[in-house]
Ligand binder design. Structure first.
Ligand code: ADP
Ligand code: MG
Length: 618
């Protein structure tokens, strides 16, 4: 049934003052002058999760420049821009549509910006992102329309419907917001184009990194440090030293769209080449900041972030020690072998290593093995978050503790093989140990936040002062044995509920009766990615995995194959698929707030499930 805005107005008038449940009468589809409003889900009470709405504007009404809506990265970037623009309109609106000065907005806290009435009354929300530009569900661009997925708190006093407030919210305020945020006539064409083109430039560099033999690129003038440990916003320009490539490591790269006032299409900056790169330097000189910039630059950044021309290969994975995590059947024998208590110390135990409480070194080894298992092309490590005994065993320790008594093959003795045999590069921050000099292809020294090329000096020092240590890898590096996750590991029920899955902020997923701790995933950057991961695990376990412990005959694809199949679904159907599969229906509705996670973070969440059961791939 299709009604128009007048019908909505009449209904709101009729249910004014009634109990909150009567809001269910406004579910449906309403035609407004310039858009269609879909009221998909009504919250149960004023304090519950807000109601879900979609506002769909016909393409000819929105009049977005056609070239900016081209499928692929342009469309993703434009959708991101529009989500931010609707968010800015919401923030500008304050308590009433007429009260729009910036000052008023800034003085109010977010929860004050919407509401009058109880609970979430009057709040309006769209899931626009942070510093990264991600594919997300907040805005959907279709060839014939553009749709904003928003949430509102339907107004109430206590539990009585405030019909006039609801009228004001849905019929007066909302059209203004949508018109301000989505219609091309109200947007700055230049800002819109600059945003999309900047993101496209980043992706264009990312696509060519492998061809150039680079893992990453950091443009001159980039601003890497952040405002604080708790903020991803850039450090104030006056305090920050902008990045400048050392001459010897400098490269130039062309981009498709002209940049800035002088319309340049060539960027100069530092290439991080495939192979082994060491970042050295004194404490507090900016080493970790450089690595962190690479970590998050697997995603594009918004213009003005300071890292918008820092570009990293999409399959770089940050590795750290994470003692206490659970590990299920992971082949870590390349790094750990012959644990005490293993029968004959044969090492078989670490070919399928499991532990509910891994140590620093075993957790770090598992993190590496799991990344390699699903195709990581580069590892990013920081001494600050690594287990020392995993990274190095120096000459003196080699003499005191016999090789036979040390289960760990330190990373330094595998780092070259990783590259030479499997093409997996490493970028390593290491201020505390010079034994790595001889294995590094490039040594970047950070000094007073400036990058210098210290490769030749480091190599000369390595020649002059032998480390005296022996390479102690037992046997050649073998590929990590792939695992099949078993579908029945993923029980989602809890108490009386058949399915209880939710994200609690960026760092936690509640999955059935388990709590998944994702705190240490440095490249998980958005709560909506976490929500997407929770749903993606469910989708994968119900539709893409095979095998149960009992029914061993049923074929079970490898984890890498499961993730490929999942990515194919998301590529094909978009993130809305996460809701379609969950609801087991294709009809349209607000799908929930999702942003696209990488396969590495999805796998990381699966790998941290304490209930995870696997078996080796036949
Ligand atoms: P390290 O890892 O070498 O010990 P960090 O990268 O943690 O050093 O940086 C130390 C401090 O310096 C941090 O507070 C960081 O924000 C700041 N910092 C890093 N790079 C810059 C820069 N380019 N300009 C200004 N401050 C910076
Ligand atoms: Mg550091």
């Amino acid at each position: 049934m299709v009604a128009d805005a007048n019908v909505l107005a009449q209904t709101l008038n009729r249910i004014d003052g009634r109990g909150y449940k009567s809001y269910s009468e406004i579910r449906g589809r309403f035609e407004f002058d310039r858009f269609t409003l879909f009221i998909d889900h009504i919250q149960g009470d004023p304090f519950a999760a807000p109601s879900k709405l979609r506002v769909r504007v016909p393409a000819q009404e929105a009049a977005l420049p056609e070239d900016l809506t081209a499928p692929g990265i342009r469309r993703i970037a434009l959708a991101d821009f529009l989500a931010r623009s609707v968010q800015a309109a919401i923030r500008g609106v304050g308590n009433s549509a007429r009260e729009t000065t910036r000052e008023n907005f800034r003085r109010r806290r977010p929860e004050q910006r919407g509401g009058r009435g109880s609970g979430k009354s009057g709040q309006i929300f769209i899931d626009a992102g942070g510093q990264e530009v991600l594919e997300r569900t907040a805005i959907k661009i279709d060839p014939s329309w553009v749709e904003a997925r928003i949430e509102v708190g339907l107004p109430a006093a206590g539990r009585r419907i405030l019909g006039r407030e609801a009228h004001r919210l849905l019929i007066e305020t909302l059209p203004g917001l949508i018109e301000a945020g989505l219609l091309s006539e109200n947007l700055s064409p230049q800002a819109m184009r600059d945003f999309v083109e900047c993101v496209e430039n980043q992706e264009s560099i990312r696509e060519r990194l492998a061809e150039f033999g680079w893992l990453g690129f950091i443009a001159d003038g980039s601003l890497l440090p952040r405002a604080s440990g708790a903020s991803e916003l850039p450090m104030a320009d006056a305090e920050a030293i902008r990045f400048q490539s050392p001459e010897s490591l400098a490269v130039e790269v062309k981009v498709p769209n002209p940049i800035g006032e002088n319309q340049t299409q060539t960027l100069r900056g530092m290439a991080i080449r495939q192979g082994i790169t060491l970042i050295v330097g004194g404490g507090y000189h900016g080493k970790s900041t450089l690595l962190r910039a690479l970590e998050t630059s697997v995603y594009p950044h918004v213009p003005g972030d300071g890292r918008e021309y820092v570009v990293a290969a999409p399959d770089l994975v940050k590795i750290r020690a994470e003692d206490g995590r659970s590990v299920s059947g992971v082949d870590i024998h390349a790094f750990i072998d012959g644990l005490p208590g293993s029968p004959g110390r044969a090492g078989d135990r670490t070919r399928t290593f499991s532990s509910p409480d891994a140590s620093g070194s075993t957790s770090q080894a598992a993190n590496i093995a799991e990344a390699l298992e699903i195709g990581a092309r580069g590892l990013l490590l920081d001494e600050d978050t690594s287990a020392t005994n995993f990274m190095i065993r120096d000459a003196r320790m080699q003499r005191l503790v016999e090789r036979a008594d040390e289960p760990i093959t330190p990373f330094i003795d595998r780092i070259q093989e990783l590259h030479e045999r499997f093409g997996v590069s490493t970028v390593l921050v290491m201020g505390g140990c010079g034994d790595y000099f001889e294995v590094a292809n490039t040594v970047i020294m950070m000094r007073d936040y400036e990058a210098q090329d210290a490769t030749d000096r480091a190599h000369r020092i390595a020649d002059e002062y032998a480390s005296g240590r022996l390479k102690e890898a037992p046997g050649v590096l073998e590929p990590v044995a792939p695992r099949s996750p078993l579908a029945d590991s993923f029980r989602a029920d809890r108490g009386r509920r058949e399915e209880s899955i939710s994200a609690r902020g960026r760092e936690l997923i509640l999955y059935g009766e388990q709590t998944l701790d994702l705190r240490h995933l440095a490249q998980l950057v958005d709560t909506s990615q976490t929500r997407a991961i929770a749903r993606a695990i469910r989708l994968a376990s119900q539709h893409l995995m095979g095998g149960t412990e009992q029914g061993l005959k049923k074929s079970a694809p490898a984890l890498a194959e499961v993730l490929e199949a999942l990515e194919a679904i998301l590529d094909e159907e978009g993130l809305d698929a996460l809701d379609h599969y969950a609801a087991d229906r294709r009809s349209e509705r607000h799908p929930g707030n999702f942003a696209r996670p990488r396969r590495y973070e999805i796998a990381a969440a699966i790998n941290r499930m304490r209930s995870l059961k696997v078996r080796p791939v036949e």
